[in-house]
Design a protein around this ligand. Structure first.
Ligand code: AMP
Length: 305
């Protein structure tokens, strides 16, 4: 009998149009679940729960096959249109401006998970409607659950979002989202407030400044990998979460050592993702390159007392 995929993710699979100061890309493969699963696939087996339309081509799907990502729970709606996101970045690559969001097939998506998928021990609720994240969370008997969200959902569906946050072990969001959810400008105070909403841990992604990790009794932070060429930040947060969850899913135990390493692996995966559009850099990536950057992190954050 086959066993469940260790890591399950629900979230957007999208066709993105992106403008950065360095170039534009029309209709490239994106979506939170896409970037997440590609990054996580370097560490463990991943399965995607999502929906696409008829406009999603075999070429769009190819990356899932290349990375051996299970798409048994990726529904295709005849006549439907895939989720679309149009965004742009100025010279401050930390902040995406959303120009258009079209939920399309996600608007009426009711995921019915296969029995096997309900047994995945690790679950990531990538960015999508919080009610949909919750629907999946309630179907899966997972040991460890993490989630992401964004300003769009914080502003449109706040009550739903808080209900979902209460059901997860870890929240992985960026600093602006942390401030907005908590209604608190100071990040340390915002973190404390968010931990009271339910999760035991909070990871705050800070773009080119790195990431911070909070539990009730501990704090850990890392800078970002010092890159000279950031080309397209889209998907950085999802690749971070993919490295973080991918590493945890294959670890023997979830303790501080594992969690801190997971923050570094997340940072490593994000650093590769931003070097090119879409998943292009990760499609060529080798695990030796991941390991090398992981060791570089140890070197450039070390100091003597
Ligand atoms: P990030 O890692 O935050 O840069 O996520 C980028 C991805 O999020 C893009 O590929 C978009 O397709 C996707 N996205 C943008 N807006 C939303 C939204 N409201 N819900 C779900 N996914 C979104």
């Amino acid at each position: 009998m086959s066993s469940p995929t260790p890591l399950l993710v629900v979230g957007s699979v999208a066709l993105d149009s992106i403008r950065t100061p360095f170039g534009t890309s029309e209709r490239s493969l994106g979506g939170a679940a896409t970037h997440f699963s590609v990054a996580a696939s370097f560490f463990t087996d991943v399965s995607i729960v999502a929906v696409v339309g008829e406009d999603f081509t075999a070429e769009d799907e190819a990356v899932f096959h290349e990375r051996k990502i299970n798409i048994d729970n990726l529904q295709r709606i005849p006549g439907g249109k895939t989720f679309r996101w149009v965004g742009e970045y100025g010279f401050d690559l930390n902040t995406a401006r959303t120009l258009d969001t079209q939920l399309n097939v996600f608007a009426n998506f009711k995921p019915e998970l296969a029995e096997m998928a309900k047994k995945s021990p690790f679950l990531f609720l990538a960015n999508i409607q919080p009610a949909l994240q919750r629907e999946v969370r309630n179907q899966v008997d997972a040991r460890f659950v993490a989630m992401d969200t964004m300003n769009y959902w914080i502003e449109q569906t706040r009550a739903d979002l808080l209900e979902t946050i209460a059901l997860v072990d870890a929240l992985i969001i960026n600093d602006a989202e942390a401030r907005e959810i908590a209604g608190e400008p100071n990040l340390i105070r915002a973190a404390r407030k968010i931990l009271q909403f339910g999760p035991q841990m909070l990871v705050v992604k800070r773009g080119e400044y790195g990431a911070a990790f909070f539990t009730e009794n501990s704090y850990f932070a890392t800078p970002a990998f010092p890159l000279e060429g950031v080309f397209d930040p889209t998907g950085a947060g999802d690749s971070f979460a993919g490295g973080f969850m991918g590493y945890i899913s294959q670890a023997d135990k979830i303790d501080q050592t594992t969690l801190r390493r997971a923050v570094i692996y997340g940072s490593v995966m994000a650093s590769f993702n931003v070097e090119e559009f879409s998943c292009d850099r990760l499609r060529r990536l080798r695990f030796e390159e991941i390991r090398e950057r992981f060791h570089r992190f140890k070197e450039f954050t070390h100091f003597e007392i």
